[in-house]
Design a protein around this ligand. Structure first.
Ligand SMILES: C[S@@+](CC[C@H](N)C(=O)[O-])C[C@H]1O[C@@H](n2cnc3c(N)ncnc32)[C@H](O)[C@@H]1O
Length: 213
């Protein structure tokens, strides 16, 4: 996803953003989700900030029971419709939850996969949210946390110029309890194009960690 996330987390902002176009995102699952979840045995998944639902639908198509949370009712209506287009069996595997993740508390130890993709929140909201996400992972489960890396601010790609919106995977890894194993905590480069069409290398921040079973 190459578009600029916004430092605003309220429902009105996101509903307006989604209403501004028939589709904001590509409709394809995020690459780090595909890379890290394709070989996992399906179980219960939590998709944090599910947006238009591409990740949740991809997981449901692989047999996961998905809880997909987002603040935007516009995005969730779109996501639900996209899931229904895939058929009742897929749609029924996904529970769409409209909630403010600054406050929403997931059930503890309840998911074999918790996926957080491109949730650029200020640290006062993000750090406790990530703590709750980690607590939501069941024994043997996986946490996958992905975002734009702060080094993208030095490129010509459009990003909010607020370093607090970006996380370092190592900082999140350092918060993990002792029964966790870090599989990846670093950056992953990819090529994209800036607003002028020039090719730019950007980096995703990626944390993959597994709780002992
Ligand atoms: C940059 S988009 C990422 C969407 C999706 N994860 C993806 O990668 O395609 C951020 C998403 O987080 C949602 N969001 C932002 N702040 C939120 C909050 N406080 N509570 C719940 N959802 C929020 C937005 O509505 C939006 O769908």
């Amino acid at each position: 996803m190459d578009d600029s996330p916004a430092p605003v987390t309220n429902e009105q902002f996101w509903d307006d953003r989604y209403r501004s176009a028939p589709a904001i995102w590509s409709g394809r699952p995020n690459p780090q989700l595909v890379a890290n979840a394709a070989d996992l045995a399906p179980g219960r998944a939590l998709d944090i900030g599910a947006g238009e639902g591409a990740d949740a639908i991809w997981l449901a198509e692989r047999g996961w029971q998905v809880t997909a949370v987002d603040i935007s009712g516009v995005a969730l209506d779109r996501a639900r419709a996209a899931a229904e287009q895939r058929g009742a069996e897929i749609a029924e595997r996904i529970t769409w939850v409209r909630a403010d993740l600054a406050e929403w508390v997931p059930p503890v130890a309840a998911f074999e996969l918790v996926s957080v993709q491109f949730m650029h929140l200020t640290s006062d909201v993000r750090v406790p949210l990530y703590d709750r996400c980690i607590a939501a992972v069941a024994p043997g489960g996986t946490a996958l946390i992905v975002g734009h890396h702060v080094s993208d601010l030095q490129t010509t790609i459009r990003r909010p110029q607020l370093p607090d919106l970006y996380f370092e995977p190592a900082d999140v890894a350092a918060t993990l309890p002792g029964d966790w194993r870090v599989l990846e905590a670093g950056t992953s480069p990819r090529m994209t194009h800036d607003a002028t069409g020039a090719e730019v290398q950007i980096h995703d921040a990626v944390l993959v960690a597994r709780r002992a079973g």
